[in-house]
Design a protein around this ligand. Structure first.
Ligand code: ZN
Length: 401
């Protein structure tokens, strides 16, 4: 064991509850001849003994993590495009109602939200170091300095929004310092990230990988907001990405928390969401899934069935490596991202093939790595099941459909 790890926010000790052992960087797809210099680290999770924030025990060295900017999540799926459009319309009706409102997004994903705001005539800006995208971008990480620069040119922001990004930022202090600079007095910071309650409920342990540093709860976000002079004003559960929460944070004293905050806090207490016993029970379920999934794959192979995986997602890195699923069990994985074709999945070294390979011919079984888009994928690949194919899912438990 390394020296005791400390909470990234309050510096108290982290209580470790699960160790996924040796894992690669989840986005580091390797060339077939490049497997000798892969980087590995110990993927383990713990909870802060003081503020109850669940987080990774070890950090990936900053020079290896997201060097190109905030993690990018393509809206790509129509479900996510619709989600961002609806979120934009909600802001336009509720928060962006004053004269000449201004909305900022940290890590702009596909720019769908800002684009929708822009079409309604609302001033908008993305803050994103890589600067890619179709909307206006301030190329920087979000902190006090970039916030001051934006304030000088655009004035205060009525809404600062971020989806699937805040959980990936190891040092949250600069983010809150930036909010303190940029937010209008009645402005709000709205962010959406995977919810620990949902991860536990579904045993969705593959949400745990190098790019997700924090696994938020309402309790921990409330403590986080108060620590930096803000208040958690509202929470809302979202169905996207397998279960998230949208947190609305305001300056202290500016908003009265909605009943939803107290309701979810009470629910978390009742579930024992931040009790070590609950987290350790989650760990035992993960071990059970590994045992069952590996046994199923070995049995199907022994019976002569063909198996492929579907969706070479970052999050599939955890399950593939933790379960030791390599090309001997799953000979290839189909994915729509051209940059991954011809490469191998990180650590587990399963060859990535184009999506068209999936139907040519169909395998007997498809291990659905992109399970959080299961409904959409199964609808799109209806012909696979009609041809007799079966999906293998491992969330919330191992099952074949
Ligand atoms: Zn803490």
């Amino acid at each position: 064991m390394p020296a005791m790890s400390r909470c990234r926010v309050c510096q108290h000790a982290l209580l470790e509850f699960f160790d996924f052992e040796r894992q690669p960087l989840s986005s580091a797809f390797v060339a077939p001849d490049g497997t000798d210099d892969e980087f590995f680290f110990r993927l383990a999770v713990g909870m802060c003994e003081s503020c109850a924030l669940v987080q990774l025990i070890e950090s990936v060295p900053p020079e290896l993590a997201h060097h190109e900017g905030y993690p990018y999540h393509s809206a790509g799926s129509s479900v996510m495009t619709k989600h961002f459009e609806e979120t934009a319309r909600r802001f336009i009706e509720t928060e962006l109602t004053g004269p000449d409102p201004f909305v900022v997004e940290i890590g702009a994903n596909d720019g769908v939200l800002l684009h929708t705001c822009g079409e309604a005539g609302i001033r908008h800006l993305a803050v994103e170091p890589s600067g890619a995208g179709t909307v206006r971008v301030h190329r920087a990480f979000f902190d006090a300095a970039s916030a001051a620069a934006i304030l000088a040119t655009d004035g205060p922001a009525d809404v600062v929004y971020s989806a699937n990004t805040i959980c990936s930022v190891p040092d949250l202090r600069p983010v809150f310092e930036g909010l303190d600079v940029l937010l209008a007095s009645d402005g709000v910071f709205v962010f959406e990230d995977p919810y620990l309650g949902e991860i536990l409920e579904r045993t969705a342990f593959d949400q745990i990988y190098d790019e997700h540093v924090f696994f938020f709860t309402v309790r921990a976000v409330q403590a986080l907001a108060e620590r930096f002079g803000f208040v958690l004003a509202d929470v809302e559960r979202l169905p996207v990405h397998g279960g998230q929460i949208r947190y609305t944070v305001a300056r202290a004293g500016r908003r009265t928390p909605t009943p939803a905050v107290a309701e979810l806090l009470a629910e978390e207490r009742e579930l024992g969401l931040t009790d070590m016993a609950t987290l350790e029970a989650f760990g035992r379920k993960i071990q059970g899934i590994r045992t069952e999934l590996v046994a199923l794959l070995h049995r199907l192979r022994a019976e002569g069935h063909t198996i492929a995986a579907y969706g070479a997602t970052a999050k599939s890195s955890t399950i593939a490596n933790y379960c030791g699923i390599g090309p001997d069990l799953v000979p290839y994985v189909c994915d729509t991202t051209p940059a991954k074709h011809g490469r191998l999945t990180p650590g587990s070294h399963i060859p990535v093939r184009p999506a068209a390979v999936f139907a040519d011919p169909y395998p007997d079984y498809a291990l659905l790595f992109a399970w959080n888009h299961a409904e959409e994928i199964m609808a799109k690949e209806r012909a696979f099941r009609e041809a007799g194919g079966r999906w293998i899912l491992y969330v919330p438990h191992v099952h074949v459909v």
